[in-house]
Design a protein. Sequence first.
Length: 266
Amino acid sequence: MLLRALSDRLNGRMTLAIETDGLTRYFGDLCAVNGLDLRVEAGKFYGFLGPNGAGKSTTIKMLTGLLAPTSGAIRILGQDTADADKAREVKRHIGVVPEELALFDNLTAYEYLTFVGNMYRLSKATIEDRSRELLAMMNLDKEQKKLTLEYSHGMKKKLTLAAALIPNPDLLFLDEPFEGVDAVSSRVLRETLKRCVKRGATVFLTSHVLEIVERLCTDVGIIAEGKLVYQDTMEQISRSGSLEERFLEAVGSDHIERQTLSWLED
């Protein structure tokens, strides 16, 4: 049924890649995500923004099945993820770069991509071809014998990105994907993500670097204190000002105006 839904999406009959209704998550008495109603159209590059602690990473964990919601409904690529069988099948069509990088320390980059490719049930030839191209693109091909235990944070981030791309996913969830990535690899990655969207994939991105969001995203949603407080297309935002202005208006700029250092005051 999922394959039929994917076909419908590509033919324009199903327009939503991500849909949530009243999505809520509590940690004890803390409400991290509060009644979130998300609608992300298929084929969009969606920037999901918010201050630290707003609920962005918690939302991604729920959307990707890493964290169960306290209440609310989630549909990914048209499938209700409350159904375990549908949720399992959906995961074959998504790629994820999580907030916390969890690699197997005693594997090389190629071994790790082989493991991920097998998890997605890719053929041996496909895994070999895609791993070779991804490692070259991420400039990790010169570290063939180095274990990921020895990788810098930036190298680990690039390997995680490669793993997210190896299944050629229909939907990519990227939690701060450019953090710690060098300028050259960042440029290559941006162009790669653009091509993914151009072929019909959907990208759901969180980033604190608004310039990257402005450059890449077609649509933007802003979350504050667990609630979606703003949503619009980048085209509309550009017509009425800058993304930074919309962001500060949505989350409130009073804090910025109030906070000063006494020794910097006139």
